[in-house]
Design a protein around this ligand. Structure first.
Ligand code: NAD
Length: 475
């Protein structure tokens, strides 16, 4: 990114002051105005879909257009449509019960939703449109202004979104700021009213520390290792197909991608074969030259993944590279192409076992007793997502109760993320706070309890007088 395009700390400060002043002077935007802001983004996404898809493709090198259309543009679009449909009812104050002694004097209780103010959004590169914009749907519904920082690793997408968003909204409502990690850090250091950060657990800790200095509330959407459990009575072939889809989507560069899978010992080989066969069916002309299979975002990340495989190989693990059907043409960007790879018999000290993989490698583990798999998972940092595949509802309940996770998909992988009416987020090391739908609206609102008493004297005052001194009335 050229230095001229980078937003300076002074400009960040100025934008924050402009947005805070606008909220102070104009008060909370009306529901009609919130709907207008949401409508503008819907139109923006629809009118610019092709350019957005082209920008993401250019940033990745190879990435199926269908993936960008569905998982970036359409998912962002759905967030704005859902917020547009829900905002009027979400904003409505809720009546609550009145507790003794105030209930005898005609008092009422309600919960109101006030805009928090200025919300910062810092996003990663892996779904560079969806992850930057979905929090904006919640923020606009809540009446907030936004300062958005796209990832520097998807620079063409960042520039295009900046041009589109900055051209569509007044700076008092939304601004996209540009730059590298320093700009993200400068944004996180501002006295924002809320920050939504999506990225790695490592950077999430830095962001949380920076926000703590201003007591800025945070939503942290972080990474981790999402486990899959294939149940004892599951159809292993059907399961393998669904695990493959979650793993190869964006070549595993998905926060929700299955990181390791537990299968019963006796069906491990059947699972591995079904996994390989599925890849061969999906990529009859080979994976590595296929336009249906995304590149790794950078050669450095490609090297990181190859190093994980090399370490596993030298430790004696069985490594199965799934290269699909016929032989590949040599891809032009070989440094950024990594085939789906299964790693068996991985010891706990290997990096592939302890670090988030964030690529198309999948560790296959086995269990003799389901309890052992559950205690392995539960002893590790709480994952963003948990997947159980199998027909046994009692076993499913047992798995869901034994392992805490941010979200769950049963009988598939990654798919809960497309559900606008489900809260999305992590727990523990995979983050905190919720985005999407009504839950995202609440997260970015100041949820305020309002207790209203009858103002005039009379019966109400008589009851209240009982609470005031002097207490020793008899004396
Ligand atoms: P990253 O943490 O390296 O970068 C994310 C953002 O943080 C970037 O925009 C970067 O500019 C910014 N940043 C870097 N240093 C910073 C600092 N000191 N202070 C403030 N901001 C800083 O992550 P990445 O490589 O872009 O994305 C991959 C990670 O994101 C993976 O761990 C993945 O699991 C996670 N992720 C999580 C979700 C989710 O919803 N939970 C979604 C997508 C990705």
């Amino acid at each position: 990114m050229a230095a001229a395009e980078e937003t300076t700390p002074a400009e960040l400060q100025r934008l924050l002051e402009v947005q805070k002043a606008a909220l102070r002077e104009r008060g909370p935007p009306s529901v009609r105005e919130r709907e207008r802001r949401l409508d503008v983004m819907v139109q923006l996404l629809l009118a610019n879909e092709d350019d957005l898809v082209a920008a993401v493709t250019a940033d990745f090198g190879v990435r199926p257009r269908e993936v960008t259309r569905f998982a970036d543009v359409l998912m962002a679009l759905e967030a704005f449509k859902a917020a547009r449909a829900g905002v009027r009812s979400w904003c409505r104050p809720e009546r609550r019960r009145v507790d003794f002694p105030f209930n005898v004097v005609g008092a009422t209780n309600s919960v109101e939703y006030q805009p928090k103010g200025v919300v910062g959004v810092v996003a990663p590169w892996n779904y560079p449109i969806m992850l930057l914009l979905t929090p904006v749907a919640s923020a606009f519904a809540a009446g907030d202004a936004v300062l958005l920082k796209p990832s520097e690793l998807a620079p063409r997408t960042a520039l295009l979104i900046a041009r589109l968003v900055n051209g569509a909204y007044d700076e008092s409502i939304a601004r996209v700021v540009l730059g590298g990690p320093e700009t993200s850090a400068a944004l996180a250091a501002l006295p924002l009213d809320h920050l939504v950060f999506t990225g790695s657990t490592r950077v999430g800790k830095l962001v949380a520390a920076a926000c703590a200095r201003n007591l800025t509330p945070t939503t942290l959407e972080l990474g981790g290792k999402c486990p899959v459990i294939v149940g004892r009575r599951a159809d292993v072939t059907a399961c393998a197909k669904r695990v493959v889809h979650g793993k190869i989507l964006n070549s595993g560069q998905t926060c929700l991608a299955p990181d390791y899978v537990f299968v019963e010992e006796s069906v491990r080989d059947a699972f591995v074969e079904a996994f390989e066969r599925t890849i061969a069916d999906m990529f009859p002309h080979g994976v590595l030259g296929s336009g249906d299979y995304a590149s790794i975002i950078s050669a450095a990340h490609g090297d990181r993944l190859r190093a994980l495989v090399a370490e596993a190989k030298s430790a004696g693990c069985r490594v199965i590279e799934c290269r699909g059907g016929a032989a590949d043409d040599a891809p032009s960007d070989a440094a950024r192409r990594v085939a789906p790879t299964l790693i068996l018999d991985a010891g706990d000290t290997l990096r592939v076992s302890s670090e988030e993989i964030f690529g198309p490698l999948l560790v296959v583990r086995t269990y003799a007793r389901l309890a052992d798999a559950l205690s392995y998972i539960a002893a590790r940092p709480k994952p963003l997502a948990l997947y159980y595949l199998g027909p046994d509802r009692a076993e499913e309940r047992r798995v869901l109760d034994a392992v805490a996770s941010g979200g769950v998909t049963v009988n598939d992988t990654v798919m809960h993320c497309g559900q606008e009416d489900l809260p999305f987020g992590g727990v523990g090391a995979s983050g905190h706070g919720r985005t999407r739908g009504r839950d995202g609206f609440r997260e970015l609102s100041n949820v305020r309890g309002v207790h209203r008493q009858i103002g005039h004297a009379g019966l109400s005052q008589l009851v209240l007088d009982g609470l005031y001194p002097p207490y020793d009335r008899a004396g």
